[in-house]
Write a protein that binds this ligand. Sequence first.
Ligand SMILES: [Zn+2]
Ligand SMILES: [Zn+2]
Length: 441
Amino acid sequence: MTRHITIVRLEGFEPPTLGSVDRCSDPLSYSRAGYLSYPVHVGPYHTVMSARELRDLIAHAAPTLTELRHDLHAHPEVGFAEHRTTEVIREQLSALGLVAAPTTMATGAVASLAGTRPGRRVLVRADIDALPVTETRDLPFRSTQPGVMHACGHDVHTAALLGVAEVLSRLEDRPGSFTFVFQPAEEALGGARALIEDGLLERHPCDAVLGAHVTSLVPLGVVAVRPGIAMSRGEAFRIVLEGEGGHGALAGDAGNVLIAAGHVLTRLREVVAGLSYETTPLVCSAGVVRAGTSPNVVPRRAEVAGTLRTFTPEQTAAAHTGLNALLAEIAATNGVRTRLEITGSSPAVVNDPHLTSLAAAAARSVVGDNHVVEMAPTSASDDIGEFLERVPGCYLFVGGALGDGTSGMHHSDDFAIEDAAVAIQAHVLAAAALALAEPPA
Ligand SMILES: [Zn+2]
Ligand SMILES: [Zn+2]
């Protein structure tokens, strides 16, 4: 997720306690005993036999996937610099007999797997980048790279997609075909758009897109989905303020870009005040202020950078109008010039209702009926929206909170995810990929 701090809210949902998870499905057994103990549910995609086969394959792969995730976690790399990560992915793919397809990008990997019978073409995407954060939790597999950390769980995504590739390639009966996309640079760096502009969807045309984000905000073994708009459009902006500047002892308030920037900071939220989608508020907030070089010089220029989260094109247009009006007012009352620049964007994540219902049914077959919940839209963003803007599909959330309740927030230095989430995510994605690959009835 890109620069998110917003909690995924599960309306009307009581998180299961550790005790209640045990009844019909026990994903915790992934970590407790290294195998799966819950009963086999028949998904919309296959017979009892193939559901069992999939479960057994996941159980077999789970220990290796956990090791892989630990290795990736210990060696995090930020966006577009995921060189070692890419090597690991390529090695694992080639061990499965899958060849990474050529791209013009230095990092990331794409591989294809043919089905054994006709069906639809499914693209499954994982992001692989880490964040410029220093890990503070003393895990046995903590980051060995100072200042870099898998603080969003993309190590889990990478290992889980390798697990999906493994189990699907071992299944004897699989419809359609699959493209596994290991995408670099999700964290506000435009990796999805770069891959698509590199011709990914022309070289690997697909009928459906699938992905999942692990989350510390949802209990382990619970899957959260939402048809329609699930995540906001995220826009990065920069506001440039220019004024006369001058001697700190002589400058008045007029033309003072620092005072004007102060007004921008305190009034930004007015742009989206009272606006929401469903029950989720829109957000307009700043993360960077740049100005000044000396205590006794009023600078000529200041910058405020931040993000805007909206859900519909109408909301985006209204927020832009509001932001421009605010800047015009601040410029007029403070004797400065202001300019708004949109420096990056990630489209809203919009899930296709039909494919989402298929993916949710597949998820229920893995974690049990009681553990798939509908979530409220979140003002977090994810650039899988770039794929979903072009191809219908589904992006869902896989719970990975630590059992003791100490998982930190995504992007924070104490962020942590339960090991068992790797195999659960692989299982859910594999089952959902099979469901989406079935030919239409
Ligand atoms: Zn993320
Ligand atoms: Zn993130």
